[in-house]
Design a protein around this ligand. Structure first.
Ligand code: ARG
Ligand code: GLU
Length: 712
């Protein structure tokens, strides 16, 4: 007995779900209710999720397939991040109406701008369908058959559930397929842009401040959902009317103090909470550092070009934003895992698991087998990283990829498709040369340097004696009109002629080096095996560890396990709190407009402040949006466990009122996708008061604030 006790104690030391860690399923939130209330929450789990009555979940939107939004008016108006609405703001921007730079505010409903392709999804209800999905599967079922059975069952269960409705269904695996939940959704497709601040506000701090605290980004935009006359989703039509959500969020102007309870309600994309030391090692020893190095090269070239002229800056801005986002996050992730000794921590936990599993045949070998599979997967994976981050880094090779596709279509005898691909390529080719001279310096630099890096690392043995500059210069891809000439006399049956082009030739070798038939097969088998073994391992962990653990407050319990994020609706809760990023430095939990003025620099694009904002600052014209000290709050940090996809998520107070919009995490805590550390992991939210201040005072769009329910 004593032995068991000390074993459990040891086990609890190694895999505790840390204070405030967790992305919980709304349907099962009653299990967290006591803990949440002990932590300060004044509403109930049912107020948050209730399949049968209007509740907070009805105010939450999945914005496309990667961000979150929340209704703030009875007329279908919702908020999300500026960086989530970015592409729609851009697509409506022209030289005459540059909404991206100057902002956009619909002063009437007629001015709201349709956004084709944009969807806003509401969760109607969710349901545990594990038994139905796994029906017919026994311990003898092979993995292949298992997949087929599951696929069929999912179809049957899902289609049955939405019969005679306009709903859609999604059924997803949880805990690596130990559990399945079904989501019944209502998907709205007439979504219109209502407002966006100028980039100087919505992107203030740009990539320089990205992932960092203290932060001053007014990262929000506004949209409205339209529906048909019955309130049902319908494609865009002038006759559609503003959708009346079952619930919209009340907005609190009280703000938050350090220590206050908050929760985030949204759609986190991916986490890897339960992976083994092998996966962590593969991430922080291979995938992160290789990608970081290769992106450093690309960023160097883009940034040099961007400094040359405003036109060049514009040309590469969005590309750089997306390359730099992962680049910066991974650096934080590597540091965070090192600081936590993450690999050793996982190894310790694995050895505890192994002693527990010693006389349990179902689990005894699972970690050894996982290790074997990672030994197969890891070198192939490394190759793929090089392929994605180096081979595909330049436009030169991306376009060589187009040639390669054309070649494959020809070889497969798909005449029509090949001709279509050629036409498409030639069309894009013409555009490509419009500003080629400037761009070629950038693109050639990237091509040469990324390949050189790969050669040095030993991942392009086929290239050791090649002259990269010559390859670049001699291809038809870098000579205006050359591709047009080549394809004029091109016959699909003579596709081999493409082989004469050095870019095509290089891409073909690089591709077959990264993707041999053998490695593909091995990779997919290893990945499947890992998934199967993880299903067993996680099941074992759930048997080994208790159901509940100590919650935020002594004597209160909360569940031990939460499923990894998988772009389904979750609740994360914690409290507003600063932190110590490094020796002698303490980060306060909120930022203000004073910080914007401190950062102001008219010569640095990311830190330009518009005269109008400066004027509001100087006259302290904050209206009812100032805090008790008379400051204009801008952003705050809290211990809520979030990840990509949570962008735009509402941050709510103890009463379930909106106090902020989640938009980022602190750099020092970006390892929380793998391991959560309450000392460092913080989500970053826009203070709702700054958002409303910008709408009302800066933009003069008070009619939008008037639609909202404001609690003073
Ligand atoms: N880091 C945030 C996220 O992952 C914001 C990204 C967009 N902003 C930027 N400066 N690149 O979505
Ligand atoms: N900005 C991220 C997003 O797009 C959120 C930051 C994070 O990864 O937590 O979802």
């Amino acid at each position: 007995m004593k032995k068991l006790f000390s074993f459990l104690l040891l086990a609890a030391m190694v895999l505790p779900v840390m204070a405030d860690e967790g992305m919980w399923l709304p349907m099962l939130l009653n299990r967290n209710e006591a803990d949440m209330q002990a932590a300060g929450m004044r509403i109930t789990a049912k107020d948050i999720y209730d399949a049968n009555h209007a509740c907070l979940k009805d105010a939450i939107i999945l914005f496309n397939q990667g961000c979150t939004g929340e209704y703030v008016s009875a007329e279908g108006l919702f908020l999300t991040n500026h960086h989530c609405g970015y592409s729609y703001i851009t697509s409506h921007s022209t030289v005459e109406h540059d909404y991206l730079t100057n902002g956009f505010w619909a002063m009437t409903r007629e001015q709201e701008l349709p956004c084709p392709g944009l969807t806003a999804t509401r969760l109607v209800r969710m349901e545990d369908v594990t038994d139905q999905v796994l029906e017919g599967i026994t311990s003898e079922t092979s993995e292949k058959d298992r997949e087929k059975i599951i696929e069929n069952n999912i179809k049957k269960v899902g289609e049955n559930a939405i019969k005679n409705t306009h709903y859609k269904y999604v059924i997803k695996p949880f805990y690596y397929g130990n559990q399945y939940f079904m989501y019944i959704n209502e998907v709205f497709t007439d979504v219109r842009l209502v407002g966006a601040p100028p980039s100087n506000i919505g992107k203030f701090g740009g990539d320089t401040d990205n992932w960092m605290w203290p932060r001053h980004t007014g990262d929000f935009s506004m949209f409205r959902v339209y529906a048909d006359k019955d309130g049902k989703p319908a494609p865009y039509a002038e006759t559609n009317v503003p959708y009346k959500p079952l619930k919209h969020l009340d907005i609190s102007l009280k703000g938050v103090e350090e220590g206050d309870f908050t929760f985030v309600f949204g759609y986190p994309g991916t986490t890897k909470r339960y992976v083994t030391s092998h996966e962590v090692a593969m991430t922080v020893e291979d995938s992160d550092p290789i990608s970081i190095d290769l992106r450093t090269i690309r960023l160097k070239h883009y940034k040099a070009a961007m400094e040359k002229s405003p036109a060049q800056r514009l040309r590469y801005a969005s590309k750089v934003a997306s390359i730099a986002n992962g680049w910066k996050k991974w650096q934080g992730e590597v540091e965070g895992i090192q600081r936590l000794k993450g690999i050793e921590q996982k190894q310790k936990q694995e050895s505890i698991f192994n002693s527990w599993a010693e006389n349990k045949p179902a689990y005894r070998n699972v970690l050894n087998e996982l290790e074997e599979q990672y030994l197969i997967k890891r070198p192939i994976y490394r190759n793929l990283i090089f392929f994605n981050e180096a081979v595909m880094a330049s436009d030169f090779m991306m376009r060589a990829h187009n040639l390669y596709n054309i070649y494959c279509l020809c070889k497969l005898g798909k005449e029509e498709e090949a001709q279509a691909a050629i036409a498409k390529f030639l069309q894009s080719n013409e555009k490509y040369f419009a500003d080629f001279d400037q761009h070629t310096i950038v693109d050639k630099g990237i091509f040469v340097e990324t390949f050189e890096y790969m050669i040095k690392a030993g991942y392009a043995p086929y290239l050791e004696h090649a002259d990269l500059n010559k390859i670049y210069d001699n291809s038809m891809l870098t000579k205006k009109g050359a591709a047009e000439k080549f394809f004029k006399s091109f016959k699909t049956k003579n596709a081999d002629k493409l082989g004469k082009d050095p870019a095509f030739a290089l891409f073909s070798v690089a591709y077959s080096y990264a993707y041999t038939a053998e490695s593909r097969k091995q990779y997919s088998e290893a990945s499947q095996n890992i998934n199967r073994l993880m299903r067993i391992y996680v099941k074992g962990l759930m048997e080994m560890y208790p159901d509940t653990q100590k919650g935020t407050t002594p004597d209160v319990e909360k569940p031990y396990f939460f499923p990894d994020a998988n772009l389904t609706l979750r609740v994360a809760y914690g409290h507003v709190q600063g932190f110590n990023p490094r020796d002698a430095v303490y980060y306060k939990p909120y930022s203000t407009l004073d910080g914007i003025m401190q950062k102001e620099n008219p010569d640095i694009y990311d830190y330009v402040v518009t005269p109008r904002l400066r004027e509001l600052y100087q006259t302290k014209d904050y209206g009812r949006y100032a805090n008790a000290k008379g400051e204009m709050p801008v952003a705050f940090i809290a211990t809520n466990h979030t990840t990509g996809g949570n962008s735009g998520s509402p941050v709510l107070n103890a009463d379930g009122q909106l106090i902020g919009i989640n938009f980022d995490r602190c750099w020092e805590g970006t390892m929380s996708d793998l391991l959560f550390d309450p000392n460092y992991c913080r989500n970053i939210s826009l203070d709702i008061r700054y958002c409303l201040f910008i709408i009302e005072k800066y933009a003069g769009a008070k009619h939008l604030v008037d639609e909202m329910t404001i609690i003073q």
